[in-house]
Design a binder for this molecule. Structure first.
Ligand SMILES: Cc1cc2nc3c(=O)[nH]c(=O)nc-3n(C[C@H](O)[C@H](O)[C@H](O)COP(=O)(O)OP(=O)(O)OC[C@H]3O[C@@H](n4cnc5c(N)ncnc54)[C@H](O)[C@@H]3O)c2cc1C
Length: 388
């Protein structure tokens, strides 16, 4: 193997593969790229959902789409149509298989799986990237390794969840309608809800999610998930096909970028996670496309775009209200969907909202909890900035 590369991507997960996918489209203009990925195999380890708005990247890969959703609070269900902006679901194994086949078709890109970085990456005349078998050198590095040691103080709030994909013996689920949020008032340490994605009459991914200041590992949420699955399956027997779990940041302290512009941190903790939802998939896709364009035309890396001032502060205020009082949090979501068109909320969640949409969001929310949360937001933002 020739060991010098124009670009080394550390971590071939969502961000690393998405960038490589975009670069592979450049044909002969693609920089000579090496992806170093720790895992040996790609599996169906997560499910990416996003709204079908403004032609989202990889929309065509998503096998599931819902045009109706439910919001449930205190056992009262409200049904909404999202006909104009369906909610799409892309299982990660479908994504990995498709992007890997495109990446592999460009011989300027090499993917090394089952390999990891074993020491610090340093710079001499080029970046030195030590793997267990050889030293790769590179002009540019994109580092997508996640933060392994997350602590409470690294983010204003966290989204912790665990979900099981279950299969029933007899048809019960309504596959035309997903449950976006079914709030659980029994859970007191955060805003908790069930998220249920039925992919057929007998199969669904059912997740138990908590928005809170604390981080919850899967085992802490499993008991309540199983109780809720009991309700959703009417206590009939079911098989667990697979599990997925995560702790996603909501309003995180971003990784400090290096001063040298030829080394870029990217991915979930480098600006990809949207504060109000923790979601990152489409934001990663947009960055990957822009970064590939920048590399081709200016031979430079591109950072994640900062959120607009208004969107950022709306998000931070929103999560502060939920953090202060999870009971009000459920009411806030209920009011939001009741008073605002689904399309407006989807546009806001997908970084596509105009000033007019933002105004509609603001006016559909109860004013008092938001006004009361402003001092707390300023205090916690100071704490987060000081800890950087
Ligand atoms: C279960 C789950 C469900 C999610 N659902 C959604 C959703 O519905 N919608 C949405 O928008 N977002 C969702 N997200 C959030 C976000 O989109 C994902 O976390 C996404 O995978 C982030 O991409 P990434 O590249 O930053 O991290 P990853 O995809 O985790 O990639 C990082 C890669 O780095 C590799 N790595 C780590 N250490 C090393 C090392 N030392 N050397 C080499 N490689 C290394 C890892 O093996 C991994 O492949 C979800 C996340 C999870 C975990």
């Amino acid at each position: 193997m020739n060991q010098h590369f124009d670009l080394v991507i550390i971590g071939g997960g969502c961000a690393g593969l998405s960038l490589a996918y975009q670069l592979s489209q450049l044909g002969d203009s693609c920089p000579k790229t090496l992806i170093i990925e720790e895992r040996a195999n790609y599996t169906n380890d997560r499910t990416w959902c996003f709204w079908d708005l403004e032609d989202p990247i990889h929309k065509d890969l998503a096998p599931y789409a819902w045009k109706k959703f439910t919001i449930k609070n205190h056992h009262v269900a409200h049904e909404y149509s999202c006909q104009e902006t369906p909610y799409l679901m892309l299982p990660s194994d479908v994504f990995y298989k498709n992007v890997l086949s495109v990446i592999n078709s460009n011989n300027k890109i090499q993917l090394l799986t089952g390999e990891k970085i074993v020491d610090q990456v340093t710079k001499e005349s080029a970046w030195l990237i030590p793997t267990s078998k050889f030293m790769a050198t590179a002009t540019n590095v994109v580092d997508t390794r996640p933060i392994k040691t997350m602590t409470k103080k690294d983010s204003l709030m966290w989204q912790s969840f665990v979900g099981y994909e279950v299969e029933l013996n007899s048809p019960l689920f309504n596959e035309d309608q997903l449950v976006l949020m079914d709030f659980d008032s029994i859970f007191k340490e955060g805003l908790a809800f069930i998220y249920c994605l039925p992919t057929s009459k007998t199969k669904a991914l059912i997740e138990y999610t908590v928005f809170s200041e604390e981080l919850f590992v899967a085992e802490q949420l499993t008991k309540r998930l199983l109780e809720k699955i009991g309700e959703y399956t009417q206590n009939t027997s079911y098989k667990i096909l697979r599990q997925e779990a995560a702790i996603l940041p909501m309003g995180n302290k971003e990784i400090d970028q290096q001063e040298d512009p030829t080394y870029l941190f990217a991915g979930l903790f480098a600006g990809a996670a949207r504060p109000s939802s923790g979601y990152a998939f489409q934001r990663i896709q947009t960055w990957a496309k822009e970064c590939a364009f920048e590399l081709k035309n200016n031979h430079q890396l591109k950072r994640f775009k900062k959120d607009s001032f208004i969107q950022k502060w709306m998000d931070l205020l929103f999560i502060t209200v939920i953090k202060k009082n999870p009971t009000i949090g459920a009411k806030v979501f209920e009011e939001l969907f009741k008073n605002c068109e689904a399309k407006t909320v989807a546009k806001f969640m997908s970084d596509h909202s105009s000033i007019w949409d933002k105004l509609k969001i603001v006016t559909s929310l109860p004013a008092l909890p938001f006004l009361l949360a402003i001092p707390e937001l300023i205090r916690s933002k100071h704490r987060l900035d000081r800890s950087s």
